[in-house]
Write a protein that binds this ligand. Structure first.
Ligand SMILES: NC(=O)c1ccc[n+]([C@@H]2O[C@H](COP(=O)([O-])OP(=O)(O)OC[C@H]3O[C@@H](n4cnc5c(N)ncnc54)[C@H](O)[C@@H]3O)[C@@H](O)[C@H]2O)c1
Length: 364
């Protein structure tokens, strides 16, 4: 199979979807790997390392899309890539269709096969290709939150952990999945006073047994969220309804109940965000302020720490890419139901339920 790995062009996206290590494995099995020049540079991999592993380096993104049967990427294609994607080409990447109508329309029009990392399921359920990036974003959310809580960054001017004799900051985390749990661990480790909310009681029960005592587990409801808002310093949005739009747990009106300089990190922004006033931002210009509340809504947080994220991502994606390369996508998805769950759009047709529900009028 001819596998192409373009350079990511989304703002400050520094990850790469294939490492020289992965390239070596594919080439050894007789596949052709085409890598756009400097695709791996920001993750610490030179063109020479890819060449040593057996890849061919192509000079521009157009040639990668033109020659490859399968494109392996990190982020969803952006507008300038839409026209490069060809009929029957397999594109294996994060898409997050439910939050972008233009992307959904463009991929339907392309008649390509869109296999979305975010909906591939593991042998025991779960979303194995979301987990590593959620781990990175969850841990990073606390780091970013701590930064924007500092006065010169516009925040309230409070240290997450306080000091002996001075109370710590209060952190509210909405959603106790992978992002929320990693965030809770980091915030708790910094000695903050953490409240972690979810609607899944079994999850809350389990976490109550494994998280440290400065994390309080609370059932997520509007009433309980409202009670926390006036005394919270940092809010982390980490809810997920797989493939669907995140629910707005904090409305615009609720911002008025929060103190000036409160920081909101809406990690769920890539699924539309769980705070009504959230809209996607970039690493170049990550924050904006509404009603005195600092909003950080970067949709590709792990892109800022590519040395960590590229390895975390490719550790998880590579076994699937190998199955696709060895069997072709049709047999690979036939034989692996979890991989099949990644199919979102196939040759012009939406095949993933939540995406079809989000764009009913686009379903043929
Ligand atoms: N911005 C980024 O760079 C970035 C990176 C990684 C992941 N994400 C996003 O972060 C979000 C969370 O991902 P995850 O891997 O932790 O998902 P997850 O499925 O592990 O966890 C989501 C949790 O939300 C809970 N939930 C659902 N409805 C809720 C509600 N009303 N109140 C409270 N909790 C509720 C679920 O029960 C679940 O425990 C996703 O949208 C994901 O795409 C963003």
């Amino acid at each position: 199979m001819i596998i192409g790995c373009p350079k990511e062009i989304k703002n400050n996206e520094n990850r790469v979807a294939l490492t020289p290590g992965g390239t070596l494995e594919l080439v050894r099995r007789g596949h052709t790997v085409l890598v756009q020049t400097s695709a791996g540079t920001n993750s610490g991999y030179t063109d020479e390392e890819y060449v040593e592993a057996g890849a061919q380096i192509l000079p521009d993104i157009e040639s990668v899309y033109a020659q490859a049967e399968t494109i392996v990427k990190v982020k969803e294609p952006i507008e300038s890539e839409y026209a490069l994607i060809r009929e029957n080409q397999l594109v294996f990447t994060y898409f997050h269709f439910a939050s972008s109508r233009p992307l959904t329309e463009a991929m339907i029009k392309s008649k390509a096969v869109c296999l979305a990392y975010e909906t591939v399921e593991g042998p025991n359920g779960g979303l194995p290709l979301l987990i590593p990036m959620s781990e990175v974003a969850g841990r990073m959310s606390v780091q970013e939150g701590a930064k924007y809580l500092e006065k010169p960054a516009g925040g309230r001017g409070i240290l997450l952990g306080g000091v002996p004799g001075v109370p710590p900051a209060r952190v509210l985390i909405l959603g106790a999945g992978v992002v929320g749990t990693e965030a809770a661990k980091m915030a708790a480790g910094l000695h903050a006073n953490v409240t972690l909310m979810d609607i899944n009681l079994d999850r809350l029960r389990y976490l109550a047994n494994v998280l440290p005592p400065n994390v309080t587990l609370v059932f997520s409801s509007e009433y309980n969220i409202r009670r926390e808002l006036p005394r919270t310093d940092l809010i982390i949005g980490a809810v997920l309804i797989p493939g669907g739009k995140a629910p707005n747990l904090i409305t615009r009106q609720m911002l008025t109940e929060m103190r000036d300089g409160t920081v909101v990190i809406d990690v769920a922004v890539d699924q539309g965000g769980c705070i009504e006033t959230c809209h996607p931002t970039t690493h170049e210009d990550p924050t904006y302020v509404i009603d005195g509340v600092i909003h950080y809504c970067v949709a590709n947080m792990p892109g800022a720490v590519p040395f960590t994220s590229t390895l975390a991502l490719t550790n998880a994606t590579f076994p699937y890419l190998l199955q696709i390369a060895e069997k072709g996508w049709e047999r690979a998805t036939e034989e692996n139901a979890g991989l099949k769950a990644g199919l979102n759009i196939v040759r012009g047709e939406i095949v993933y339920r939540e995406v079809a529900e989000a764009f009913e009028e686009l379903v043929s």
